[in-house]
Ligand binder design. Structure first.
Ligand code: PEP
Ligand code: MG
Length: 495
C-alpha cells in the first residue's frame, strides 16, 4: 500500500515540478506534504507535530536541518537518514548539536522501525536494530568513556588555544540555530567565523521581514558581544532549499547558488544587509561574508549594494560602523584569484566543504561517491596552502570555516600551513583545542612536510592518524556523524 502511494505521489510531484508557472511548480511540495501525511496515517505513525517521546531516534528518508527547529533538541538522541552524506547540511547541523547521526543508509525498513530500540553509532556509521543486552552493555561502556573524555576536555575550556611552543590559534564557531549559541558560549568560543543565515530562512514558510531578520541577527550579535560575528549572506540553492522559493535545476550545486541568487535578487540582498546593519547598532561586532564567489565582478556588485544599504541606514538615523566584508573561497576559480579578491575585501575565509566538492568533482550529498569526497586529498591540501600563502603575502586575514577545521587531524595540518583562525562546530571546539595544546609547531610542520609528497588521501590520513596515536591523542579523532559503513574512510568530522 505504502509503495503504491509513493509511486502515485512521485508521479504527481514530477508533473507539478515540470510546470512552467512558478506558482504551480511550487505546489509540488504541497503534494509531497500531502503524500507524507497520508503515509503517516497508513503507518499509524506519529507525524512530527505529534509529541516526540523522550530519547527519540529520528529515522527518515531525507531529513533536513528544519527538523532541529520542529523538535525539542533534548528529546533527540540520534538521527538516521536514508539519503545524504556526512557532508550534507543536515549532518553539519546535527554535528554542531552533538547528536549521533548516521546518514546515507540507503535501503532501510523505515515503516517497521516505529517503537523498536535502535543504536545509532555515529563513530562507525552503523545502526543496530533491537540490540541484545550484551551489545547494549558494550555501547554503554563507550558512552561512559565519552563522558569521561568530555570531563577531561572541559579542563582546557578557559585556557588559550596555543601549541606547546606558544603559537596562538583563534578558535571560532559556526552557528545557525539559537541552540548553537549556548553550546558555543559554554565551550569558550572566541567569536563566530560563520553564521549560516539561511537556516532561519529555511524554517519559515515565507521570507522573514527586515524587522524579523534584524531581531534574529541582534540575538547572535548580542550573545557574542564584543567578539566578532561573521554573518554570511543568504546561501541558498544546492541542498538548501527554501520551501517558498523553489529552485528546480538538473545540477543544483553548479547552478543558482549563494551570491548568484542574491545578486539576481538585490531586493532580498538589500533587506538582509540592512537588517544586519540595524542589528549591529551600538555593538559593531558584525562582519559580513559572501558565499560561492567565483569572480571579482560579483564582489564589486555585492560591495556596491552593501555600501548602498549602509548609506540608507545612516540616512535613516542608524549609528553603525561600516562592517568588514569578507569573501568565501569555495570555488576552484577563487583559489587562483586570491590576490585579486583581496583588493576588494577585508578578509577571506575558506569554505572547505564546497571547495573539496568542486575541486574533486564529487557531489557532497551523494552517498554513492562519498568515498571519493576526501578532505586529505593532496590537491585539496595544496589548494589550501596556496590560499593561505597568497592571502598572507597580501597581508589579508585568512580563516577556514569548513568542517576540516573541526577535525583535529586536519586542524593540525591547517595550523602547520599557517591558518591562524579555525571556525568549527561548537561541539568540536574543545577537542581541537586539546589536541593543539599537546603539539609543538615544529612537530606539526614536520608532519605537514612528511605528508606533502604523498600522493593519495588514504595514506595521508593514516599518516596523520598514526602520529596522533603515537602521541597518545588517538581517542580524540572519533566522529559522531558518519555514513553507513562506506563512509568510514573519508569521514572527517569528529565532534
Ligand atoms: C563550506 O562550504 O565549507 C561552508 C562552510 O559552507 P556550507 O557548508 O554552508 O556550504
Ligand atoms: Mg559552502
Amino acid at each position: 500500500m505504502q509503495g503504491a502511494l509513493r509511486e502515485v505521489v512521485t508521479k504527481h510531484v514530477a508533473a507539478f515540478e515540470a510546470m512552467e508557472d512558478p506558482y504551480l511548480q511550487a505546489r509540488a511540495s504541497d503534494v509531497r506534504d500531502l503524500g507524507l501525511r497520508i503515509l503517516a496515517y497508513l503507518q499509524e505513525a506519529k507525524t512530527l507535530t505529534a509529541p516526540i517521546p523522550d530519547r527519540a531516534i529520528i529515522v527518515g528518508e531525507d531529513i533536513t536541518p528544519t527538523i532541529f527547529v520542529d523538535i525539542p533538541r533534548e528529546r533527540i538522541v540520534g538521527i538516521v537518514s536514508l539519503h545524504g552524506s556526512s557532508n550534507s547540511h543536515m549532518a553539519i547541523v546535527a554535528r554542531s548539536l552533538g547528536i549521533p547521526t548516521v546518514v546515507g543508509v540507503g535501503e532501510f525498513p523505515l515503516s517497521r522501525l516505529e517503537g523498536l530500540t535502535l543504536i545509532v553509532d555515529g563513530h562507525r556509521g552503523e545502526v543496530v536494530v533491537q540490540p541484545s543486552a550484551e551489545v547494549v552493555r558494550q555501547y554503554q561502556d563507550i558512552i561512559d568513556e565519552q563522558v569521561e573524555l568530555s570531563k577531561e576536555l572541559d579542563v582546557v575550556r578557559d585556557l588559550p588555544c596555543e601549541t606547546t611552543d606558544g603559537h596562538r590559534v583563534n578558535l571560532f564557531v559556526n552557528t545557525g540555530l539559537m541552540a548553537d549559541v549556548n553550546i558555543s558560549l559554554q565551550r569558550g568560543a572566541e567569536g563566530v567565523g560563520l553564521y549560516r543565515t539561511e537556516i532561519p530562512f529555511m524554517v519559515r514558510d515565507r521570507f522573514p521581514s527586515e524587522l524579523e531578520q534584524m531581531e534574529i541577527y541582534r540575538q547572535q550579535l548580542e550573545a557574542f558581544y564584543p567578539a566578532p560575528v561573521t554573518m554570511r549572506t543568504l546561501d541558498i540553492g544546492g541542498d538548501k532549499a527554501l520551501p517558498y522559493f523553489p529552485i528546480q535545476e538538473d545540477n543544483p550545486f553548479l547552478g543558482w547558488r549563494g551570491i548568484r541568487v542574491t545578486l539576481d535578487h538585490p531586493e532580498i540582498f538589500l533587506v538582509q544587509i540592512r537588517a544586519m546593519l540595524w542589528a549591529s547598532e551600538s555593538l559593531d561586532n558584525l562582519r559580513i561574508m559572501l558565499p560561492m564567489v567565483s569572480s571579482v565582478i560579483e564582489i564589486d556588485e555585492a560591495m556596491h549594494l552593501i555600501h548602498r544599504a549602509y548609506l540608507e541606514v545612516l540616512e535613516e538615523g542608524a549609528h553603525v560602523q561600516m562592517p568588514e566584508v569578507g569573501v568565501m573561497i569555495e570555488v576552484p576559480a577563487a583559489v587562483y584569484q586570491i590576490k585579486d579578491f583581496v583588493q576588494q575585501c577585508d578578509f577571506i575565509s575558506v569554505g572547505s566543504n564546497d571547495l573539496t566538492q568542486y575541486l574533486l568533482a564529487v557531489d557532497r550529498n551523494n552517498r554513492r561517491v562519498a568515498n571519493l569526497y576526501q578532505a586529505f586529498h593532496p590537491s585539496v591540501l595544496r589548494a589550501l596552502k596556496m590560499i593561505v600563502d597568497a592571502a598572507k603575502e597580501e597581508g589579508t586575514p585568512v580563516s577556514i570555516c569548513g568542517e576540516m577545521a573541526g577535525d583535529p587531524r586536519s586542524a593540525l595540518l591547517l595550523v602547520a600551513m599557517g591558518y591562524e583562525t579555525l571556525s568549527m562546530s561548537a561541539t568540536s571546539l574543545l577537542r581541537v583545542k586539546w589536541v593543539i595544546r599537546k603539539v609543538g609547531m615544529d612537530n606539526i610542520k614536520k608532519l605537514l612536510d612528511d605528508v606533502w609528497d604523498l600522493d593519495n588521501a588514504a595514506v595521508i590520513r593514516s599518516h596523520v592518524d598514526l602520529m596522533l596515536e603515537n602521541a597518545g591523542l588517538g581517542s580524540f579523532i572519533r566522529p559522531t556523524v558518519a555514513q553507513l559503513g562506506k563512509d568510514k574512510e573519508q569521514d572527517k568530522s569528529p565532534s
